[in-house]
Design a protein around this ligand. Structure first.
Ligand code: FPP
Length: 263
């Protein structure tokens, strides 16, 4: 890539400093501890977590955030006690039954990423219906990562590219970042600008591994059921203070920003 072309790409990639993130990704952690602090079963925390998700979706819509992706169930969550997994599936079904219409009315397009074949046929059917109903909405993309893992995503993408190579449609020497990015689960949504993890842990936990290469990371001790619109605002304010460099020096980014402002 020529330096000019590269500069153009970097200029495109750097959002307006101090602006809102275009895509927020969240690990909603701390439901179990929230419930434990109240002597409630862990599953009560998951049910309470639905309210926090509704508050965050509403705030994102108000702010005009174009994309929100939440980690509802990881590929590794099957290791949890069977009864907790069953409740998480119930909660997922309940969210689809109770919230899809509201999301549709808010202009939200719902999508699900992850290996859905492991879900019951009823749940898979509900997912298809929710996606079909909201397909033409343009106000915000809400993506629920369910039975998702970042490594799974990269492996399924690699399999697609390998199949194209086997079929003679693609030369391995023509595989670059964009070919792989093009067959990942969220190929049509820009990479997250801001990642939020609630619940005090400071890990990415196999979430959007490829897509978060340059994402700004924000960790808070707030447990997910206590997270709300004001907490989201605090995370966005923190993000607005960051200078995103995408491998460049601070001076280079400042000069790119100055040239953008001047013309
Ligand atoms: C992590 O908390 C949370 C989950 C594994 C599930 C998240 C699910 C919801 C918030 C329900 C609503 C969302 C949808 C779309 C179904 P944890 O159980 O690991 O908490 P802990 O770290 O305190 O044990």
């Amino acid at each position: 890539m020529s330096p000019d072309a590269e500069q153009g790409q970097v200029r495109e990639a750097i959002p307006v400093h101090g602006g809102l993130p275009g895509h927020i990704a969240i690990i909603m952690d701390g439901n179990g501890r929230w419930a434990g602090q109240r002597n409630l079963p862990r599953t009560a925390g998951h049910r309470e977590g639905v309210g926090a998700l509704r508050a965050v979706v509403t705030r994102c819509v108000e702010l005009g955030i174009p994309a929100l992706t939440v980690f509802a169930f990881s590929s590794e969550n099957w290791r949890r006690p069977r009864q907790e997994v069953a409740v998480l599936m119930d909660v997922f079904m309940m969210v689809l039954n109770q919230e899809t219409r509201k999301l549709h009315d808010q202009g939200v397009r719902l999508g699900v990423i992850g290996e859905r074949s492991a879900f019951s046929s009823g749940l898979q059917q509900k997912l298809r219906e929710a996606e079909a109903l909201t397909r033409d909405n343009t106000r915000m993309r809400l993506t629920i990562a369910a039975n998702y893992g970042g490594r799974w995503d990269i492996v399924q993408a690699m399999r697609q590219l390998a199949a194209q190579v086997e079929a003679g449609h693609l030369a391995s020497s023509d595989i670059h970042d964009s070919q792989l990015a093009g067959v990942l689960s969220m190929a049509d949504i820009p990479d997250p600008d801001l990642f939020i993890r609630t619940g005090g842990e400071r890990r990415i936990s196999n979430f959007l591994l490829w897509q978060m290469a340059y994402t700004e990371l924000y960790f808070t001790d707030t447990l997910w059921p206590d997270f709300d619109g004001a907490a989201l605002d605090a995370a966005i304010q923190d993000y607005a203070q960051r200078q995103r460099r995408f491998g460049r020096t601070g001076e280079q980014v400042a000069s790119l920003m100055a040239s953008r402002t001047s013309g």
